[in-house]
Design a protein around this ligand. Structure first.
Ligand code: C2O
Length: 506
């Protein structure tokens, strides 16, 4: 059974989308979001969408903090009814701005599209995902979004709430964003079936995404990723695990990355859904929490990071240039915090890291698992038993890197990683001791678009706990990549290649 949906003059296979939708309806959840479920298929974004900034760009002015009382951003679940109304009113006003107003709903969503490579037909050269720009860029973006909403409701104390999906009880879709008729509703979500079968917490558990452990990432490289201009760069453990999973989950609770769902499931359209901002405010909070929980949790001090600047339109339609350094102390420059006490740790230059890049070759990853033999770093190879038995605090951090991952821009990938279990399949449970982690690549654009290539993605998994026991008695290290969906089967489609697999000991 294949039904087709004609969009932009192209035919798109809609079999699976319709299947999921009919399951949601059959489960009796149609009453939650009747207008969304009435759609036959999500309208994919125009592959030729132009999300470039306006052709005549006004000169930008440098960002200057304008002091006002510091506000504390709160959880969606903690808003008073007056705050709930204010939020709804703010998005109503935002959606009502004329289409050529740079502060408006779609122009703001286009800003996100532009900063994540643009659309296939109108690519941009900027990409802030997949590395150390992810955290500060989204912080700046949220800040201007928040100021615009605040000025629309004429209330300086307005703030963006966060969706704290890291709390199991809040790992369902926030009801406030589902009230029929509310400006917080987006028609292109698959929230209907999610509370019944697949809560986010269930997904986190299935993939063993231990958020507390990720929040204990000992350095910024692991936590927020590294410089994307370096060959060995990778994204951080918040971006590559929970962040991507929440995006795709909003579009498809079964989290099948081979079938991307707008709005949230595709970066080109994600910021059209108001929940995007609540999701990212939570990511922003997790960054502040990470900074505040240990004096070792330092941001990069590298000026390649701190001096990087981006332009955003502010609440007065003034194009404003803001730097990474401008957003690091939210209390004194952006005038908000998360009530954490001192959320800002002083930056120091972190030491250069030693690494052992793996064999240079390319593996094509289809639906079947693929396995690589991987060399161990010298110190681990020299004393695998010692590494296996060391449980002291001084034992080295072991990072498994998978570099040079490429997928076509309209496809994503969800991949579980096993060590020394080349027979692993999509059915192998994540409770297997050989399961060491998981990564996801979010689709960038709609199917049927152009073929412009994206920068390859690198992944870093902390395997300090998992790896040593698996090395006991083992002659070599084998890393098996298993494409899978939350339904414990292979995805319908995957088209991925990866280059280097290597272990870093630091
Ligand atoms: Cu800019 Cu959650 O993506």
């Amino acid at each position: 059974m294949t039904s087709k949906n004609i969009l932009n003059g192209r035919e798109l296979s809609a079999t699976r989308r319709n299947f999921i939708r009919s399951v949601a309806v059959a489960a009796g959840t149609a009453t939650l979001l009747p207008h969304a479920l009435a759609q036959t298929a999500p309208p994919y974004p125009d592959p030729n969408e132009n999300c470039m900034p306006p052709v005549t760009i006004p000169p930008s002015v440098p960002f200057k903090p304008v002091p006002r009382p510091v506000v504390q951003r709160k959880s969606i679940w903690a808003l008073s009814s007056a705050e709930q109304r204010r939020l709804d009113e703010a998005y109503t006003l935002l959606r009502g701005l004329p289409p050529d107003d740079p502060r408006g709903w779609l122009p703001q969503a286009h800003v996100h599209c532009f900063f994540c490579s643009g659309s296939p037909g109108n690519p941009s050269s900027v990409e802030i995902h997949g590395g150390w720009y992810f955290m500060p860029w989204h912080r700046a973006y949220l800040y201007f979004h928040e100021r615009i909403l605040a000025s629309l409701v004429g209330d300086d104390t307005f703030y963006l709430p966060y969706w704290d999906w890291d709390l199991p009880v809040h790992s369902v879709f926030p009801p406030l964003y589902l009230v029929p008729g509310s400006s917080l509703v987006d028609s292109y979500r698959f929230t209907g079936a999610s509370p019944l079968t697949y809560t986010l917490d269930a997904q986190f558990q299935y993939y063993k995404i231990d958020i507390a452990k990720r929040m204990a990432a000992p350095d910024y490289q692991l936590f927020m990723g590294t410089n994307p201009d370096q060959m060995t760069n990778h994204g951080g453990v918040i971006e590559n695990g929970p962040h991507g999973l929440v995006h795709v989950w909003v579009g498809d609770p079964a989290v099948d990355f081979s079938n991307p769902m707008p709005d949230m499931g595709i970066l080109q359209t994600a910021a059209r859904d108001p929940i995007f901002f609540a999701h990212h405010t939570n990511i922003d909070r997790l960054w502040a929490v990470w900074n505040a929980t240990s004096p070792q949790h330092l941001n990069p001090a590298d000026c390649l990071w701190t001096d990087t600047r981006w332009n955003f339109f502010d609440e007065n339609k003034q194009l404003t240039s803001i730097s990474v350094a401008d957003v690091l102390n939210t209390d004194s420059s952006l005038f908000y915090n998360y009530g954490l006490g001192s959320p800002f740790a002083e930056s120091v230059q972190s030491p250069a890291r030693a690494f052992l890049p793996g064999e240079q070759k390319t593996t094509r990853q289809g639906k079947q698992p693929t396995t690589r033999d991987v060399e161990l770093p010298g110190d681990v190879a020299a004393s695998p038993l010692e590494a296996a038995e060391a449980v002291t605090a001084e034992r080295p951090l072991l990072i498994l890197h998978i570099d040079g991952i490429q997928v076509p821009p309209h496809l994503g990938a969800a991949v579980r990683v096993f060590v020394n279990l080349p027979t692993a399949t999509a059915e192998t449970p994540s409770s297997s001791p050989n399961y060491v982690g998981y990564f996801v690549i979010i689709p960038k654009v709609a199917p049927g678009g152009g073929q412009h290539q994206h920068r390859p993605t690198n992944i870093a998994l902390d395997v300090t706990d998992e790896l040593p026991p698996l090395l006991k008695g083992a002659k070599k290290l084998q890393v098996t990549l298993v494409p899978s969906t939350a339904a414990k089967r292979a995805p319908e489609q995957i088209d991925m290649t990866y280059d280097r697999v290597w272990v870093e000991s630091k």
